[in-house]
Design a protein around this ligand. Structure first.
Ligand code: PNW
Length: 479
C-alpha cells in the first residue's frame, strides 16, 4: 500500500467506526497506551528555551554595545560562513510573534536570556533604561499570554568593554552587580532566575580550545582561573538576586558531563556516580559542594585556581533549583583504580544528529537526573535544555517533516519519564529551541528549532516536531 492509500484507508475505517459509534477493534493494552502515553506528574512544566544573542538581532539598537560574541563573529574565519548575530531571528522586534508561537504550542514556560550589553553597555557603570524596558515588554507579553518567564542572566554575551573578560576577577563582581540590577527591575514579574548558562562551554570553548568567543587558547592554569571566576560569578550572582528579589527562585543552567553505566548493575551505577562527581569537579560539583574535590586539586597541581578568602562559600551559595542542559551521553564502567571508574570512549559508529557532538543516547536523560539526585539531592530539577540539530528541508508544499528530531525528542522524553516515574524530582523540561537561530560558531548552518526560520525573510514555519511537542504538552505525556 502506498502512503496515500494507507492514509485514505485509515480515514475510511475511522469514519465508518464513528458512524457506527463503535469502538475500534484494538487490544486493551494498545488502547491504553494510545490514549495516555507515558504521563508526567501533574504540574510538570513544559517550555522552550532560547538565548538573547542567538535570536534577537538589533545588535546596536537602543543603546546596546558589542559583546565578545559580536567581536568574535565579526572576526574573519571564526564562525561558519562569517555569520553573525547582527540580525539573527530579529526577535528583538518580533517577540510578540514568538510569544504566539509559544502559545500555539501550549507551552507554559519560556526560558530566555537577558543581554548584559543591553543593560550595561560598558559592562559596568550606568544602566541603559532602553535595554531594560525591552525585557519588561517581552516579559509582560509572555505573562499576558499565560507563559511563565524563566530568565537566564548570562548566556555568553559578555560586554566586550570589560577588560580581561573572564580572565579578570572583576568580571565576576561586575556580573553580580548586573544580575542584582536585573533581578531588582524584574522582581515584580519574574520569579525564576538562572545565573549562568553552561560554564563548561563558554570557559573551555572560549578560553581553552578557542572555538567560541573570545577565541583564546590559554595554558591550563589560566583556564582554571577563568573557570573559577565563572563559578564565583554564579555564587555572587545568587546572592545578588536573592538580595534584590527575595521571593524569587534562583538556580543555574549547567551542562555537566553525564555518565551512563555501560551495564545497569550496582558496581557500574556506582562508577557513573563517581565519574559524574569527579569529572565535573571544576563546575557543578564545586557549586553544589562549595569546594573543589581533592581529586581535582591533586590532578591540577600547581595549575589549580587561586582562591581568595570567601570564594568557596560564595560559590556554594544554596540554590533553589538545578537546571540541567542535557544532550550527549558518556559511558563509564567500574574498575579497580583509585577513582573507581574508567570512561569508555564512544564507538566510531555511535550515531549523532546533524551536529557531530550530539551523540544520540537518550538514556543520558535518566542518568543525568538520577546521578545528580543521588549525589546532591537537589529539591527541584529542570531540564533547562534538550533538543537537537537536524538537516531540515522544506518540501515543495512548504512542510518540514523532521521525523529525526521527533525520534530524538520522543526517546529523550521517554527516559526522562522514567526518572520522573521513579520519583526523582524533575519538575520541567525546556526544549532547545523554540526556533532556528544563530548556533554560535556554526552560524546559521545548524537548525535546532521547532520552528523553521527563513533567515532571509525571518518567516517562521512550524515543523512536524512542533506539532508533536504540542501534542505531548496537551497530554502531559510522551506520545
Ligand atoms: C548549548 N559543544 O550549547 C547552549 O546553551 C545553546 O546556546 C546552544 O545553542 C545549544 O546548546 C545547542 O548547541 C552548546 O560543542 C554548544 O559541546 C556546543 C556544545 C555544547 C553546548
Amino acid at each position: 500500500m502506498t502512503d496515500m492509500t494507507r492514509r485514505q484507508f485509515g480515514k475510511t475505517v475511522a469514519a465508518t467506526a464513528a458512524l457506527a459509534n463503535v469502538a475500534m477493534p484494538v487490544s486493551a493494552l494498545g488502547q491504553t497506551a494510545a490514549a495516555k502515553g507515558l504521563e508526567f506528574p501533574q504540574g510538570f512544566v513544559w517550555g522552550c528555551a532560547t538565548a538573547a544573542y542567538q535570536i534577537e538581532g538589533a545588535a546596536s539598537e537602543d543603546g546596546r554595545k558589542p559583546s565578545i560574541w559580536d567581536v568574535f563573529a565579526h572576526t574573519p574565519g571564526k564562525t561558519n560562513n562569517g555569520d553573525t548575530g547582527d540580525v539573527a531571528d530579529d526577535s528583538y522586534h518580533l517577540f510578540k510573534e514568538d510569544t504566539r508561537l509559544l502559545k500555539n504550542l501550549g507551552a507554559g514556560a519560556y526560558r530566555m536570556s537577558v543581554s548584559w550589553p543591553r543593560i550595561f553597555p560598558d559592562g559596568t557603570g550606568q544602566p541603559n533604561p532602553m535595554g531594560m524596558d525591552h525585557y519588561k515588554r517581552v516579559v509582560d507579553e509572555l505573562l499576558a499570554s499565560g507563559i511563565t518567564p524563566y530568565i537566564t542572566l548570562f548566556h555568553w554575551d559578555l560586554p566586550a568593554a570589560l577588560k580581561g573578560g573572564w580572565q579578570s576577577r572583576d568580571t565576576a563582581l561586575a556580573y553580580a552587580d548586573y544580575a542584582g540590577f536585573v533581578a531588582d527591575q524584574l522582581a515584580d514579574r519574574v520569579h525564576q532566575f538562572m545565573t549562568i548558562n553552561e560554564f563548561d562551554s563558554f570557559t573551555n570553548l572560549g578560553y581553552k580550545t578557542g572555538k567560541f568567543a573570545p577565541g583564546f587558547q590559554l595554558p591550563a592554569a589560566e583556564v582554571n582561573q577563568v573557570r573559577h571566576h565563572a563559578i564565583l560569578a554564579h555564587g555572587l550572582g545568587v546572592q545578588a538576586v536573592r538580595a534584590s528579589a527575595p521571593a524569587a527562585q534562583v538556580g543555574l543552567a549547567e551542562n555537566p558531563t553525564v555518565f551512563t553505566p555501560v551495564i545497569e548493575d550496582e558496581k557500574n551505577i556506582e562508577a557513573a556516580r563517581r565519574a559524574m562527581r569527579e569529572e565535573n569537579a571544576a563546575f557543578l560539583t564545586a557549586v553544589l559542594e562549595g569546594k573543589y574535590t581533592e581529586g581535582y586539586l591533586e590532578r591540577e597541581g600547581e595549575n589549580a585556581p587561586r582562591i581568595a578568602a570567601g570564594d568557596m562559600q560564595a560559590i556554594g551559595s544554596p540554590i533553589d533549583f538545578l537546571g540541567l542542559n542535557v544532550y550527549s551521553p558518556y559511558y563509564v564502567r567500574a574498575d579497580d583504580s583509585r577513582q573507581g571508574y574508567e570512561i569508555v570512549p564512544r564507538q566510531a559508529s555511535h550515531p549523532h544528529m546533524a551536529s557531530e557532538w550530539i551523540a544520540v543516547g537518550p538514556e543520558v536523560m535518566y542518568w543525568a537526573v538520577r546521578n545528580v539526585s543521588e549525589l546532591w539531592h537537589p529539591r527541584v530539577i529542570y531540564i533547562t535544555e534538550n533538543g537537537c540539530s537536524a538537516d531540515d528541508v522544506v518540501t515543495a508544499d512548504g512542510r518540514i517533516e523532521d521525523t529525526d528530531r521527533v525520534m530524538y525528542l520522543r526517546n529523550h522524553l521517554t527516559h526522562l519519564h522514567r526518572a520522573a516515574a521513579e520519583g526523582f524530582p524533575v519538575k520541567g523540561y525546556f526544549l532547545w529551541s523554540l526556533l532556528d537561530n544563530f548556533e554560535w560558531a556554526d552560524g546559521y548552518s545548524k537548525r535546532f528549532g521547532l520552528h523553521y526560520v527563513d533567515f532571509k525573510t525571518k518567516k517562521r514555519t512550524a515543523k512536524l516536531s512542533a506539532d508533536w511537542y504540542r501534542e505531548a504538552i496537551r497530554r502531559n505525556a510522551v506520545v
